[in-house]
Design a protein around this ligand. Structure first.
Ligand code: NAP
Length: 280
């Protein structure tokens, strides 16, 4: 089966980070620190933050966990972010999205020191991403590139088609592919004759959030298919790609779960280590 094993790749990356942290601790006595901020009780967000904190500790990072109530005021959250910006033990700050409606997410993300912006969502980080000079690229997109590299997928001169144009996946992954000299097409809900466009893809990235939307008639024989989608159908996790019918046509394909998902947290740890090294 031409499977890209994101779980295994993410584990290898985490283990390499863990080894580097042990060495850094022996040399300097210091380790990276990740501060997570969770506001409210969204169950999915709570699960994500818990697993981020757990992996942090496994890798020997300092993990600072801030759990705030749903009715936290915007000014109090801003004050916490400023405090974390000043805290030398904190290499990276992650404010879990979505935030409650009464809080302006953009304002909060912009308050994070770009040097500690391990999610890569600050406008300064985004600007650097456009210019090709980003140190801290968004985690899911950079995890996708890392997976392609690990599986020796050639990117240069290939036609990459990205389904979705969100700021957290579609746009940044398209930019990363462009910087690697792919020819990139970005599709969205207004794209006409989507199957015609996707059938031209050597590398097809689906980041739409619609279960099983990418069917076999939309995929070229031998394409590399990366499924970013996480959708819950009848209590089961499924991607944006109709896996069973697309898999026989693909030269490589990511499963859901066990594909892109585990890479996201691994790249968060990678960014936190990078931010630590840049600041020390
Ligand atoms: P999003 O912000 O909702 O963006 C979805 C994009 O898909 C939009 O650009 C939208 O177009 C486009 N789209 C929607 N319906 C379409 C259609 N019928 N044809 C073509 N394009 C269509 O979603 P997101 O945050 O990027 O996330 C996408 C998926 O990835 C979700 O399932 C999410 O859960 C998952 N995800 C996974 C990870 C991970 O770690 N594995 C991380 C982040 C997200 P318009 O712009 O025109 O509306």
């Amino acid at each position: 089966m031409p499977l890209i094993d994101g779980k295994k790749t993410a584990k290898e990356i985490r283990e390499a980070i863990g080894r580097e942290v042990t060495e850094l601790k022996a040399e300097t006595g210091n380790v990276p620190g990740l501060a997570t901020v969770l506001v409210g009780e969204d169950p999915a967000s709570a699960v994500y933050v818990r697993s981020k904190n757990k992996i942090c500790k496994e890798l020997g990072f300092i993990s600072l966990e801030h759990t705030l109530s749903e009715d936290t005021k915007e000014k109090d959250l801003l004050a916490l972010v400023n405090e974390l910006n000043q805290n030398e033990a904190v290499s990276g700050i992650l404010v879990q999205l979505p935030l409650p409606k009464h809080i302006d997410s953009i304002k909060i993300l912009e308050a994070i020191d770009p040097a500690k912006d391990v999610d890569g969502f600050h406008p300064v980080s985004m600007g650097r991403l456009v210019m090709g000079t980003a140190d801290l690229a968004p985690c899911t997109p950079s995890g996708i590139i890392k997976m392609l590299d690990r599986y020796k997928v050639e990117i240069e001169s290939k036609h990459a088609v990205v389904l979705g144009r969100s700021n957290i996946v579609g746009k940044p992954v398209a930019l990363l592919l462009l910087h690697r000299n792919a020819t990139v097409t970005i599709c969205h809900s207004r794209t006409q004759d989507l199957p015609k466009v996707t059938r031209e893809a050597d590398i097809l990235i689906a980041a739409v959030g619609r279960p099983n939307m990418v069917t076999k008639d939309m995929v070229k024989e031998g394409a590399v298919v990366i499924d970013v989608g996480i959708n819950r159908v009848d209590g089961k996790l499924v991607g944006d790609v109709a896996f069973d019918e697309v898999e026989p046509k693909a030269s490589l394909i990511t499963p859901v779960p066990g594909g892109v998902g585990p890479m996201t947290i691994a790249m968060l740890m990678h960014n936190t280590l990078k931010a630590f090294k840049a600041g020390s």
